[in-house]
Design a protein around this ligand. Structure first.
Ligand code: SAM
Length: 201
């Protein structure tokens, strides 16, 4: 069983052919989230994968409530085994935006961000971890189109992207949707730079 140790916790990974193995992108999003989370916050992580980011927040921060979604059933099972309450669904489906009780203060997403052609797809559920479509932004764009419906007034989002995802396009879209945009973390990793983009309503 592969495990990752981070701060106070060990996250179990199960089969890394089926579930995304936390990497520099996951670590950068966790760091950004740490700085943003305050006691009492109601948090949603979309695409939680192994549950790494959510499990780290839950283990290290008191008095937060957190729920996650994940499309890959193997990853959803893994996240659950890591103590994360997870709904196996596409993005926000299954979360009722009409109920003000469930609007979130903070929503996190480390999406599939790589520009990917049909030939570059990997087999099986793991493809959802990488395949950002031709633009690299297909899943992220769908997320951004819907995310406001799930945020409280003044709520925030943190999204992880790469320099190859197209920061300009992501920023423009977020601003058009009414977010004030800021880059809160960045790290060069081999051929790309990873960035955490914060949007605040
Ligand atoms: C880059 S991985 C990140 C996983 C984890 N959050 C981390 O940081 O280690 C992207 C995750 O989003 C999930 N995902 C992709 N498309 C999704 C969708 N439409 N709805 C829910 N989850 C999705 C993938 O299955 C994968 O687990």
């Amino acid at each position: 069983m592969v495990e990752i140790e981070y701060g106070k916790i060990r996250v179990k990974l199960g089969d890394t052919d089926l579930v995304y193995e936390p990497a520099e992108d996951s670590f950068l999003l966790a760091e950004a989230a740490f700085k943003e989370v305050k006691p009492g916050m109601h948090i949603l992580e979309v695409g939680t994968g192994s549950g790494f980011v959510s499990a780290v927040l839950l283990a290290n921060l008191k008095d937060i409530s957190l729920v996650a979604t994940e499309i890959n059933p193997h990853a959803a099972r893994c996240a659950k085994a890591n103590g994360v309450e997870v709904i196996r669904t596409d993005l926000f489906r299954g979360i009722n935006p009409v109920n003000p009780e469930i609007l979130f203060d903070l929503i996190l997403f480390n999406p599939p961000y790589l520009p990917t052609s049909r030939e570059e797809r990997v087999p099986g559920w793991l493809n959802y971890a990488f395949d950002g479509g031709i633009s690299g932004r297909e899943t992220l764009d769908r997320f951004l189109d819907e995310v406001r419906n799930y945020l409280r007034p003044g709520g925030k989002i943190l999204v992880l992207i790469s320099s190859i995802t197209g920061l300009g396009d992501v920023k423009d879209k977020m601003e058009k949707l009414g977010f004030a945009v800021d880059i809160v973390e960045r790290k060069k990793v081999s051929f790309e730079e990873l960035l955490v983009v914060k949007g605040e309503l």
